[in-house]
Design a protein around this ligand. Sequence first.
Ligand SMILES: C[S@@+](CC[C@H](N)C(=O)[O-])C[C@H]1O[C@@H](n2cnc3c(N)ncnc32)[C@H](O)[C@@H]1O
Length: 243
Amino acid sequence: MTDKSKVVKELFENTELYLTYDYNLQIRKETVEAFTEGKSFNHILDIPSGTGAMSIPLLDRTDRLSLLDISSNMIAIAKKNIPEKYLDKTEAVNADFFELDLPKNSYDLIICLGLLAHVNSPEQLINKIAGLIKPGGLLIIQNTDSSHFYSYLIRFYLGAKNLIRKQSYKLNNVSAKFIDGKLRENSLELLKSYRYNQSFLGFSNLFSNEKKYQLTSNFFGNAKQPKNQSFGSDYTYLFRKKQ
Ligand SMILES: C[S@@+](CC[C@H](N)C(=O)[O-])C[C@H]1O[C@@H](n2cnc3c(N)ncnc32)[C@H](O)[C@@H]1O
């Protein structure tokens, strides 16, 4: 395991820290639902699965689901969340994605939400994932566009906060242009995207999760009926691998 993976693992072993932002999890779950509406699958890979909140609801539309996360506590929660009637077709693996030798061209849906910001090499991640998708298969991948004006505001805010309280953990800066280019190089074509903003900057503590969800959906709509998309720095994309 690389030093970066060790740090990320330690960070996400504290599941509470991440799961308190549940308005964001709700938006991600609805986006996955909207992007997969009416489709069924042979084998879905959810990497990183976290608690399985985005892929477990798809269990009645897939023959198999593989959940994978480096955090043992996230995987423990995911295991508890699998309905008993679906245990036979679900595997929950606690491992570093980069250390696993997974079968190439074999998943017809890969869900990758919240990982690009935390890996050693975003390029290595995209290349590895692209190789695992079946021709004609789908990829739902999330990234916060580092070149969007709202990302500059977030970095400015975090930079100022850092002057007061030093935080050593840094997220990767990955631009929308990079994602578009790398996925295209890997024969993936963009079908759809949905954008919103994940951060309320310094105002986060003023609002409950319900309020943040409501404000976000009022302004940005949802994946089925998006609005004001150019203001959103956080992209969830739906790509398809060419045949
Ligand atoms: C921001 S959370 C996203 C979880 C889930 N996809 C979601 O949208 O709620 C990031 C997750 O990535 C996992 N993770 C980070 N690096 C990983 C790696 N190399 N292999 C597997 N999981 C990893 C962390 O443990 C954490 O659960």
